[in-house]
Ligand binder design. Structure first.
Ligand SMILES: Nc1ncnc2c1ncn2[C@@H]1O[C@H](COP(=O)(O)OP(=O)(O)OP(=O)(O)O)[C@@H](O)[C@H]1O
Length: 587
């Protein structure tokens, strides 16, 4: 029952709904006691042949009246209690969603998407059940059960009541035992479901890779295996679930047996009337629901507790990048100065960056190159404050980046990440993602800048073309250019292109870069590339290797250096020449 204590904050917040709902529920329990009583009285009238038409009509009207009243009241408590539980689900869903959106990359590395989805659906449903069905079963088993037992004992026979209730403690013991078993098995079923969710999510996302490698059969059999596991674990839950009802029916059956055997003896001894025994057996029938409710209560509460614990654990995950210590709102601008002595990713022992120091005047272009895994993306992640835990400091305009507000910092950067993502929406909406109020001409301008405008207008629906999940209807190069258009639309103070031109040909790349040079005059641009011809005009080029800067300068100074940069540049030039069949480009 601890979950009720844990959810107390919500019950307090919804005290009117729960207070009224519980009162009405109790009133319904009270009114339910009336019909068995009336039936007992009518039976006695029949037995003693004292039934008059007036008596009968009066009793029937009373039965009808009580029937209609409980009908109305049942509607009211449902709206009150179940309505409140739906509001709790909405509240938790919103809290979780808000929390997810605030969490950093590190969080998403630790939790699998499938798990997070399962928490946001199944767990919330289980908590909603606790706040709705759970409260209902708790209140109903206490009020209805209590009222019925008191009425039986006070108005009919306390001895017969005691005898008929003898099997009850066994039921309490069994239901609590089943409850704890259920909790364990439910936990396993839930994690198997999370696993399956994860598997589906990964398979759907990677379906093209699976097809390309002819791995469909393997994927299908992996899925079947996971699916079989989920079924197995859920059957294990269902087996315990299935024991609840028969156990309760058996115990109720024994109660009936005791009531009829001993009740008949009381009737023969004339200590009870037949009408009273009739009422008694009907009351006993009324006890079935509270007993079932009692059994279900364990079930619901066990699930609710496990789910609520998981949700709270998620919600208690601290945001690792916060606004704490930030100044008042301030535009982020000025010279970028980086002094990173060392940085390792959380949980990793290896340093991803070491002794990185450079400065970049506002409006200049920085090129970052180096072998794969040399730390290029890491450097720009630190610059955008995606990770905090580093030894060193990064300032923009003389102010440490963690002294800026996060919103201000985010508004400064336009980023085209390596693994860009297009939403299942129109191209125009995708481009305007960071600036939903952008005019159509602004959207078109940024698409022209990204050299994607001509492609877009060649589609039947032009800018209204819907791109599928992750942009499956567009080619890799087109998707890259839509992402570039999205990043340049707000005309960011600092634009970052992280290997964002890899899928376009050299000529298009040059076209995009030269129009950017024109349109972004006076604004900072950071370009990470593998094709060195893209950064010939950069004001500063850093060559990284194993997390350190091994060369720095402009294209011409680096060429004089005779190091990795020159070797790489010459190699790439040669490769390009070979590609063109040994012909120098005349254009
Ligand atoms: N989230 C992470 N957690 C732990 N280690 C990471 C993480 N991201 C990158 N690394 C490691 O940090 C090092 C630098 O990676 P980074 O992505 O910065 O390289 P890169 O130069 O951008 O490579 P590429 O050219 O392939 O994009 C690599 O050894 C990589 O394995």
């Amino acid at each position: 029952m601890r979950v009720f204590k844990d959810l107390w904050w919500f019950f307090k917040q919804e005290k009117t709904a729960y207070g009224l709902g519980i009162l009405v529920l109790a009133a319904v329990s009270l009114f339910t006691l009336v019909p068995p009583f009336i039936i007992g009285v009518i039976v006695d009238h029949i037995v003693y042949q004292t039934l008059t038409l007036e008596n009968l009509i009066f009793s029937l009207v009373l039965l009808l009246g009580v029937g209609f009243l409980t009908y109305g009241l049942r509607f009211v408590w449902r709206i009150m209690i179940f309505g409140a539980s739906i509001r709790l689900a909405r509240l938790l869903r919103n809290q979780l969603y808000e929390h997810f959106t605030k969490m950093s990359h590190h969080f998403y590395q630790r939790y699998r998407t499938g798990d997070l989805m399962a928490h946001a659906t199944n767990d919330i449903r289980a908590v909603q059940m606790t706040a709705g069905q759970g409260v209902l079963t708790l209140v109903d088993s206490i009020t209805m059960g209590g009222f019925v037992i008191i009425t039986m004992a006070a108005t009919i026979s306390w001895e017969l009541t005691l005898i008929s209730l003898i099997p009850m403690p066994i039921m309490a013991f069994l239901t609590s035992y089943y409850g704890s078993l259920l909790h364990k098995r439910f936990h396993l079923a839930q994690s198997a479901f999370s696993d399956l969710n994860d598997n589906v999510q990964e398979s759907v996302t990677g379906v093209r890779v699976a097809k390309a490698f002819g791995q469909e059969e393997d994927e299908i059999s992996r899925f079947k295996e996971k699916s079989r596991e989920v079924v197995q674990k859920n059957v294990a839950v269902a087996k315990i679930d299935a024991l609840f009802d028969p156990t309760i029916s058996l115990i109720v059956g024994i109660s009936y047996f005791l009531a009829v055997v001993f009740g008949a003896r009381y009737v023969i001894a004339e200590e009870l009337t037949i009408g009273q025994l009739t009422s008694f057996t009907i009351y006993l029938g009324l006890l079935i629901w509270p007993m079932l409710a009692f059994g279900w209560l364990f079930n619901i509460v066990e699930r609710g507790r496990a789910s609520y614990d998981r949700i709270r654990t998620l919600l208690s995950e601290k945001q690792d990048i916060t606004d704490e210590g930030a100044l008042e709102a301030k535009k982020v601008e000025g010279i970028i100065e980086v002094q990173v002595n060392s940085f390792a990713y959380p949980g990793s022992k290896e340093y991803a960056l070491r002794d990185i120091s450079f400065s970049l005047e506002e409006g200049k272009t920085l090129g970052i190159v180096g072998k794969t895994g040399s730390g290029k993306s890491t450097l720009i992640r630190l610059l955008q404050r995606e990770y905090d835990a580093m030894d060193g400091k990064i300032t923009i305009g003389g102010i440490q980046i963690d002294h800026y507000r996060l919103d201000d910092l985010k508004a400064t950067f336009g980023n085209v990440p390596q693994n860009h993502f297009l939403f299942s929406a129109t191209i125009a909406d995708n481009v305007a993602f960071a600036m939903p109020k952008a005019s159509m001409s602004e959207i078109i301008n940024s698409c022209k800048l990204a050299s994607i405008h001509d492609d877009i207008i060649s589609f039947t629906d032009g800018y209204e073309t819907i791109v599928g999940e992750r942009g499956v209807t567009l080619s890799g190069g087109q998707r890259q250019r839509v992402s570039i258009a999205r990043a340049v639309l707000p005309d960011p103070t600092i634009l970052i292109l992280d290997d964002s031109l890899s899928a376009v040909d050299a000529r298009t790349e040059e076209k995009i870069l030269s129009s950017m040079r024109k349109s972004r005059k006076g604004k900072t641009t950071i370009i990470i590339v593998h094709r060195l011809s893209a950064i010939l005009h950069a004001d500063l080029i850093l060559v990284l290797d194993e997390g350190r800067i091994v060369e720095r300068g402009t294209h011409s100074t680096l060429m004089e250096n005779n190091g990795w940069y020159k070797r790489m540049y010459d190699q790439q030039q040669l490769a390009e020449l070979v590609e063109k069949g040994g012909q120098h480009d005349a254009t």
